[in-house]
Design a protein around this ligand. Structure first.
Ligand code: SF4
Length: 217
């Protein structure tokens, strides 16, 4: 089956399953959203939300961040992975936002990447949500799904990201941003994909190869 046909099926089926997919992260403004994405690296959104239930009561602006010592930030976020580094990133990002961006998160990938703890994926997630920018946030879920259904054949999320930019149209990228994350997170799960209720078994290379040994059978 050709790649574009696979993309059409993926779009149709995943969007039908998760038509209202939005970010799971909780926040009240764009600054908090940026901080929440920085915190979410290698940590679940649920853990980030739990930490931020208290943290975001005192962190509503970059100026609030500079009033906190880094050890104080660590206290708020010490339930998430890599909290020591992330506390430093949060403090530095607050400083840079005040110094270079009038306390407002910038809206280009290059400017975002100059902030502390912000890589290409963080920047794309931020712009996709705040600007509806046509970026696919290729995390491990999206990387896994696109390989399983035979749309890419890559080894890392970074390789998948580059490939996706070439083969998906801008409209597809915008539409699939949250949908694919949800599909990977809640349906095409890493260890136990729900193939028994998946409409894409016909084209899925992973399913075709592993159907005899899949544990739900
Ligand atoms: S058939 Fe299974 S492995 Fe393939 S996309 Fe569906 S859930 Fe994922």
């Amino acid at each position: 089956m050709k790649i574009q046909k696979r993309i059409e099926i993926l779009k149709k089926e995943t969007f039908a399953m998760f038509p209202d997919a939005v970010t799971d992260l909780l926040y009240d403004n764009e600054f908090q959203f940026l901080i929440a994405i920085i915190m979410s690296a290698q940590t679940t959104d649920i853990q980030v939300n739990k930490a931020n239930a208290e943290f975001f009561k005192v962190l509503k602006t970059p100026e609030d961040g500079l009033k906190l010592w880094i050890p104080e930030i660590m206290e708020y976020i010490n339930t998430i992975g890599f909290y020591k580094n992330k506390a430093k990133y949060i403090h530095q990002t607050c400083e840079l936002l005040i110094k270079n961006h009038d306390s407002t998160p910038p809206k280009t990938i290059d400017e975002l990447k100059e902030l502390a703890g912000v890589g290409i994926k963080t920047a794309k997630v931020f712009l996709a949500v705040t600007e509806d920018a046509p970026y696919l946030a290729v995390d491990t879920h999206v990387h896994r799904v696109l390989n399983r259904v035979g749309i890419v054949h890559t080894q890392t999320p970074e390789q998948t990201d580059k490939k996706a930019e070439k083969i998906f149209s801008l409209d597809d990228l915008a539409l699939l941003h949250h949908t694919l994350i949800f599909f990977g997170r809640y349906h095409c799960i890493a260890r136990k994909p729900k193939c028994d209720s998946c409409p894409m078994t016909g084209m899925c290379k992973y399913y075709q190869k592993n159907k005899k040994s899949l544990t739900w059978k």
